[in-house]
Design a binder for this molecule. Structure first.
Ligand SMILES: Cc1cc2nc3c(=O)[nH]c(=O)nc-3n(C[C@H](O)[C@H](O)[C@H](O)COP(=O)(O)OP(=O)(O)OC[C@H]3O[C@@H](n4cnc5c(N)ncnc54)[C@H](O)[C@@H]3O)c2cc1C
Ligand SMILES: NC(=O)c1ccc[n+]([C@@H]2O[C@H](COP(=O)([O-])OP(=O)(O)OC[C@H]3O[C@@H](n4cnc5c(N)ncnc54)[C@H](O)[C@@H]3O)[C@@H](O)[C@H]2O)c1
Length: 474
C-alpha cells in the first residue's frame, strides 16, 4: 500500500548537507520529508571525518609516547590495544550520533523515510512504499569510493573508508592506493599505530597544495617510515601469504611489494544512479549534478548540494550549500555559491591548511602580488612544544588585501580561522598587526607574518628622518 506525502520540502540523503537543510527548514516551520537509505549522519559521521579524526587522535597519542624522551620523559614502548582503539573510534561516532538521529529529527517535526529514493517523473519521488510530491526537492546523496579497474583487485578483500574503521587488530603492512587526503590521513594514522605503510599514487603527491608546504608534510611522512611511491601505476594485484602483493614497474624493473591489507582511496564518485535523474529532467555527468550559482538543477523544483554536486568534497561545504538552499528556497534570496572562501585542512601531523588562493594560483592571475612568510621555528610556543616544522605563507595584493593563506604546522586548521575571517571581510594584512594576542601561543605566527608587510617601510628614508627628528625633539 503506497502512502502519498506532499511536504513543502523533500530532502534526499541524511548526511552532512541533507541534515543541515532538514533541521533548518523544520525549525522555520516548513513541512519536511527526509529520505535516507542507510545510516543517519552519512559519510562524515559513520565512515569519514569523525572516525578518521578519532583514529588520528589515538595515533597522535601513540606518537607522543614514542617521542616523549625528547622532553626528558622516559616511557616504555607504547603498548597499543588495537581493539580499544577501535572502540574509541566507535565511541566517538556513538557520542555524536544522537545529533543526527531519526529520534532528533522526528522531534523537530521531520518525517524520516528509511528507503532508497528514486524519481518517477519531474514532480514525484518514490521511496519504498512512499510517494513524495514536494514543492521543492534537495538532492544530498553524497558519494561512494571510486575503485579503479586494476587486474586482480576484485579477487582480494580490499578496504575502503567504509570498512577500514572496522579493523580491531594490528595491521602489519597497509598498502594504500591513492595519495589524497584519505590516503594521507589514514596512512599516517596507521603508521603511528605501528603498521608498515606504503602509499601509491599514479600521479605526483599533493599537487593541489602549495609545493613548499607539501614538502614539509612529505618529509615528515618519509621520516616516520612511510614508503612513498608517487607516479607509480600498480599493474596487478594478487593474493600472497602475507595478504596481497602489488606489482608495478620502476624503470625497467618489475617490482613487487607485499602487504597485509589494502586500502583503496583513489577518489570518490557521486551516488546518482538509483535516483533515475533522467526521469526528472536533471542534467548530470558521472562526476556530479549540474547546478546553478544557487545550486538549482535543470529541474526548477530540485536543488543539489554537497558531494552529489562533485568538485570539492567537505562537510563544511555541504553545510554551506545547505544554507544557500534555505535562503533561496524559503526566502527567495539569491546568495552566490562562490561568495565565500572554502577552506581545507588535512589533519595529518603536521596539519596542512589552505584558504583562498595558493601562491601558484595567485601568480597565474596576477604578477602584482606580495608573499609573506613566517616559520614556526620563530614561534616561542612551537619551540617549547618542540613542534617547529612548518610555516605560514600569506599572499596579498600590492595594497595588502589578503588573497590566500597556507599554513603547514601544529594546529594549522585552528590557526586558519583568523584568516578565513580576514579574507571573508576583505581585510588587509596590516589590519592584523594591531591585535593583542596572548603570549606564548601558536597564533602569534599570524601577527608576526602580518608585521612582515611593514618591513619594507623600515628602509624608507622619510621614516628614518621622522624618527630622527622626534628623537631630537626629545
Ligand atoms: C575518510 C573520509 C574522511 C573525511 N574527512 C573529512 C574532514 O575531515 N573534513 C571535511 O570537511 N570533510 C571530510 N570528508 C568529506 C565529507 O565526509 C563529505 O564531504 C560529506 O560527508 C558530504 O556530505 P553530503 O551530505 O554531501 O553526503 P553524505 O554525508 O555522504 O550523505 C549522503 C547520504 O545520502 C544517502 N543516500 C545516497 N543515495 C541515496 C538515495 N538514493 N536515497 C536515499 N538516501 C541516499 C547516503 O546513505 C548518505 O547517508 C571525509 C570523507 C571521507 C571519506
Ligand atoms: N581533511 C579533509 O577535509 C578530508 C579528508 C578525507 C577526505 N576528504 C575529501 O574526500 C574526497 C575523497 O578523498 P580521496 O583522498 O579519496 O580523493 P582524492 O581524489 O583527493 O585523491 C585520490 C588520489 O588517488 C589517486 N589515484 C587515482 N587512481 C589511482 C590508482 N589507480 N592508483 C593509485 N592512485 C590513484 C589520484 O591521483 C589522487 O591523488 C576528497 O574530495 C577529499 O577532499 C577530505
Amino acid at each position: 500500500m503506497e502512502e502519498e506525502l506532499t511536504p513543502d520540502l523533500c530532502v534526499i540523503g541524511g548526511g552532512s548537507g541533507g541534515l543541515s537543510v532538514a533541521a533548518a527548514a523544520a525549525q522555520l516551520g516548513v513541512s519536511v520529508v527526509l529520505v535516507e537509505k542507510g545510516l543517519m549522519g552519512g559519510d562524515c559521521l559513520n565512515y569519514g571525518c569523525v572516525p578518521s579524526k578519532a583514529l588520528l587522535a589515538a595515533a597522535k597519542r601513540a606518537d607522543a609516547v614514542r617521542t616523549a624522551s625528547t622532553f626528558g620523559i622516559d616511557v616504555l614502548e607504547a603498548q597499543i590495544d588495537h581493539r580499544a582503539v577501535h572502540d574509541h573510534v566507535h565511541r566517538a561516532i556513538a557520542n555524536i550520533a544522537p545529533n543526527d538521529s531519526i529520534e532528533r529529527f522526528t522531534g523537530l517535526g521531520v518525517r524520516v523515510v528509511q528507503a532508497q529514493a528514486s524519481f518517477l517523473d519531474k514532480d514525484t519521488l518514490e521511496a519504498g512504499p512512499v510517494l513524495v510530491r514536494a514543492r521543492r526537492f534537495v538532492i544530498a546523496t553524497g558519494g561512494t569510493p571510486f575503485v579503479p579497474a586494476i587486474p586482480g583487485l576484485d579477487e582480494i578483500p580490499y578496504l575502503t573508508n567504509e570498512t577500514i574503521f572496522d579493523i580491531g587488530e594490528r595491521v602489519q603492512h597497509l598498502i594504500v592506493l591513492g595519495g589524497g587526503p584519505i590516503g594521507f590521513e589514514l596512512g599516517q594514522a596507521h603508521a603511528m599505530l605501528g603498521a608498515e605503510v606504503s602509499i601509491f599514487d599514479t600521479g605526483a603527491f599533493l599537487t593541489k597544495e602549495d609545493p613548499e608546504a607539501a614538502r614539509v608534510l612529505l618529509k615528515r611522512l618519509e621520516e616516520s617510515g612511510v614508503a612513498m611511491y608517487p607516479n607509480t601505476r600498480v599493474e596487478r594485484i594478487e593474493p600472497s601469504v602475507q595478504g596481497l602483493a602489488v606489482h608495478f614497474h620502476h624503470g625497467t624493473d618489475n617490482v613487487i611489494v607485499k602487504g597485509s591489507h589494502l586500502l583503496v582511496a583513489t577518489g570518490r564518485r557521486p551516488n546518482l544512479k538509483p535516483l533515475s535523474l533522467d526521469r526528472a529532467g536533471i542534467a548530470h555527468t558521472d562526476r556530479g549534478i549540474k547546478v546553478s550559482e544557487q545550486l538549482k538543477t535543470s529541474n526548477r523544483k530540485v536543488y543539489a548540494i554537497g558531494d552529489a554536486v562533485g568538485g570539492q568534497q567537505f562537510t563544511h561545504l555541504a553545510n554551506y550549500h545547505a544554507s544557500i538552499v534555505i535562503k533561496n528556497a524559503l526566502f527567495r534570496l539569491k546568495p552566490d555559491v562562490s561568495a565565500m572562501p572554502i577552506p581545507r585542512v588535512m589533519y595529518t601531523d603536521p596539519e596542512l591548511a589552505q584558504v583562498g588562493l595558493t601562491e601558484e594560483e595567485a601568480r597565474s592571475k596576477s604578477r602584482r602580488i606580495r608573499i609573506y612568510r613566517w616559520p614556526f621555528a620563530d614561534n616561542d610556543r612551537a619551540q617549547c612544544e618542540r613542534r617547529t616544522d612548518g610555516f605560514i605563507k600569506v599572499i596579498t595584493k600590492k595594497d595588502g588585501t589578503i588573497l590566500g593563506v597556507t599554513i603547514v604546522g601544529p594546529e594549522a586548521g585552528e590557526l586558519l580561522q583568523l584568516w578565513i575571517v580576514a579574507i571573508a571581510k576583505e581585510m588587509r594584512i596590516g589590519d592584523l598587526t594591531s591585535l593583542v594576542l596572548p603570549y606564548p601561543t601558536y597564533s602569534e605566527i599570524s601577527k608576526r607574518v602580518a608585521f612582515a608587510y611593514y618591513r619594507p617601510l623600515l628602509n624608507k628614508g622619510w621614516l628614518r628622518w621622522i624618527i630622527g627628528l622626534l628623537r631630537k625633539l626629545g
